[in-house]
Design a protein around this ligand. Sequence first.
Ligand code: G3I
Length: 403
Amino acid sequence: MDDAIDEFQRSGVQLRFQSLLVVALLALPLILAGSSIGQESGESTKKMSLKDAAGDRFKMGVGVSEQVLADPQCAELIENQFQILTPENCMKPQGIHPAEETWNFEAPDRFVAFAKDHGLEVVGHCLVWAKDDRTDDWMMQLDNGQAVSRDVLLRRIENHVATVVSRYQESATMWDVVNEALADGEEGYLRDSVYTRTTGIDFIETAFRTARKHDPDALLIYNDYNCHFPDKRKKLIRLLSELKDRGVPVDAYGMQGHFELGDDSLTQLVETFQALRDLGIKVVVSELDIDVVKRGRWWADDGKYRDELKTYDPYKDGLPDEIRQQQIKQYEALFRLFDEYQDTIARVSFWNLHDGQSWLNYFPWNRTNYPLLFDRQFQPKPAYDAVINVLRETETDHASSGE
Ligand code: G3I
């Protein structure tokens, strides 16, 4: 009897043990799945950086001022997220070379040293900014105040480009050689400036040839805005074709990418990327952001809305969710497109690090803007998660289709 009770008790214990084992085995996949779902949605998204998510499709970069680099929080974010840095202002002709014999190397030296110390590449920005209001008098005039001659201007450009490129060629892997030389919209071919009035497109040739001479391996870029719109695109393709016909070493078009919310530019971007691909010219997205307080009206009807706009600051207390969602969708669509053209696109750089630092809080009037992927507290926004997800999904699609 006792034996029977013992046997009964043993089998009961065994049964309970077996049941527990079965339950545990059944639950194991769920426990494991649970922990990896946690990682997928939370931790891994937090840990996955833009540069890791983009992988070897294109480099991820950001344009910042040299002051930003002195802030440890900014420095950490930059180092974690990006591979390549553009100096927002300090390497521009008016910053680095304010008079013929005067050079301000201190700030750009500091910028490039930061990049070097943090294992980052540099985009030299920009060697020639082809606008009169971005050009100092010493460059456009002779000592007696007369307009500069073609030969003197080309020699000055050559000297400027040679000096800057040879100083920073070790860290700079890409150069914005000429910035904004094309006229806007339906206006003529080249923007009216001392450069085009005096030399036509020859100054562009001189700048690119000199840059190539002093940095044979760098990607040499022609940088401009709004060239995905058909009128300006025609001029871009004409310019790049003319330069190629002359044997000028231009490697890429820098699409600044200062978009506005809902500007529906996808079809035009596809046509532009296609045309550049056909021409054998790479694309870099050089200054990406999406303005949520549209600025086009500032220039409309000869500026008659400016007084009204100067006090227009609709999102000073925060961004409505509807606007946030629109911006997320726009970023998603852009990154899907960038993925599709990964054979053509060499880099995607944001213009400024976080919303609070964006130039769009001040240009063309003061307003509270939210154009980037990080918020004013350095935190990734939902748009950041959306971009990471697009980059991960598209990478998985390529992997599963064997691309
Ligand atoms: O640092 C001075 C400050 O001392 C002074 O008190 C203040 C008064 O206006 O000006 C400050 O300098 C400003 C500088 O930004 C730094 O904030 C300049 O006035 C202002 O003109 C300058 O604007 C820059 C602009 O290019 C012109 O160089 C923007 O930061 C910069 O984001 C913007 O970047 C350009 C790209 O280079 C080319 N593509 C378009 C893009 C946006 O305009």
